[in-house]
Design a protein. Structure first.
Length: 178
């Protein structure tokens, strides 16, 4: 058992050294890529149009502009203009492209928000779920319990296998696992 422990310790130390070397290499490569990207960037001073200097308005102010004049962004005016949701959706998709996944149902409130801000609202990230029902939580808990039991059985089999290997190496009978 002592020999096996020493071998395991040596293996873990070797893995730690290899991991450290790998992370150093990745860090060096990352720094080199950042340097290349910085070298490829144009002059750091932004043009006058971006800072709002000169005759041109600031690009930052233009980026947050609504799609329609402010007085036409209320739900009442939007309903009067588009009458139904499909034309409003087509208008938004024509101006902004396809909506992001996970924004939910297409409603007049969504149309109003999108027209006012000039951009689609952020959708839910993929794989995210809403509140789970008690039945769904119970089913998930049952699956986790089953997996835990299988892992415990595997661990017991591995312990038995390890004891058999030790038994063959030393020729002595090892005590059964707890």
């Amino acid at each position: 058992m002592s020999d096996l422990s020493k071998r395991f310790e040596a293996l873990m130390a070797r893995m730690a050294r290899t991991d450290a070397q790998l992370f150093r290499t990745i860090g060096e490569q990352n720094a080199a890529l950042h340097q290349i990207a910085e070298d490829m960037q144009p002059d750091a001073t932004p043009p006058a149009a971006l800072t709002g200097q000169g005759d041109n308005p600031s690009m930052a102010a233009l980026a947050a502009a609504s799609l329609l004049p402010k007085e036409e962004c209320s739900q009442r005016r939007l309903k009067k203009r588009f009458r139904t949701l499909p034309p409003a959706q087509a208008f938004l998709e024509e101006r902004l492209g396809a909506p992001p996944t996970g924004i939910g149902r297409f409603t007049w409130a969504l149309v109003e928000q999108t027209v006012t801000t000039g951009q689609w609202p952020a959708g839910k990230p993929p794989g995210s779920h809403g509140v789970r029902s008690g039945r769904a939580m119970g089913a998930m808990e049952q699956r986790l319990q089953t997996r835990l039991e299988r892992m415990e059985q595997r661990l017991e089999r591995l312990e038995l296998l390890l004891l058999q290997v030790l038994e063959q190496q030393s020729g002595a009978v090892a005590p059964p696992p707890r």
